[in-house]
Design a protein around this ligand. Structure first.
Ligand code: GAR
Length: 188
């Protein structure tokens, strides 16, 4: 059984979809949730599903403590699902091609430092984009620049608020992210 570790900073609704998907899968299992946010709702979700979790500080992310915890697990895949800090180079170096992120837009559009969550959807609305979507990509040293694994678009011509865009994008995320993770695990 392949081991999946999830990093999340907030609500963790994607993390929960991934947990649920793999509960009945023989391809893999979510074995740990890592968060930098003591108050993140993802912690409630981890507790509800009896998934072990780790809370760490920004300092622990860069001083090697988080790498050490990850190495104790030795995951087959590290999934960033709404993780908002820059991912540290020591973990990237130890797990090449084993770390993926989901971005709530069609990269390279609306990516980079500071582009996350509702900020992305507001920018899509401001730019009067006809469509947006999701991008699942490998994580490298630069925000949102690793190789693209999967993209899916959706029309937002009828959307008048960032919340309406967020709803459409989340629906795509819930539908495709667990599937893409499963396919990646099968190919590893
Ligand atoms: C998701 O929409 C994800 O794509 C986005 O944060 C949201 C987290 O929602 N990630 C980024 O913006 C990364 N740049 P969730 O906590 O409910 O899964």
């Amino acid at each position: 059984m392949k081991k999946i570790v999830i990093f999340a900073s907030g609500s963790g609704s994607n993390a929960e979809q991934i947990i649920l998907h793999f509960k009945n899968s023989n391809q893999g299992n979510v074995v740990g949730i890592f968060t930098n946010n003591l108050h993140a709702k993802v912690l409630d979700r981890a507790k509800n599903h009896n998934i072990p979790f780790e809370i760490f500080s920004r300092e622990e992310l860069i001083d090697g403590s988080v790498l050490q915890k990850v190495e104790e697990i030795n995951p087959d895949l590290i999934v960033l699902a709404g993780f908002l800090l820059k991912f540290p180079s020591d973990i990237i170096a130890k797990y090449p091609d084993k770390i993926i992120n989901i971005h709530p837009a069609l990269l390279p559009k609306f990516g980079g430092k500071g582009m996350y969550g509702m900020r992305v959807h507001q920018a899509v609305l401001d730019q009067k984009e006809k469509e947006t979507g999701i991008t699942i990509h490998y994580v490298n040293e630069h925000y949102d620049e690793g190789g693209i694994v999967f993209q899916k678009s959706v029309s937002v011509e009828d959307c008048k608020t960032p919340d309406e865009i967020a709803f459409k994008v989340h629906s795509l995320e819930y539908r495709y992210f667990p599937q893409v993770i499963e396919q990646l695990l099968m190919s590893k």
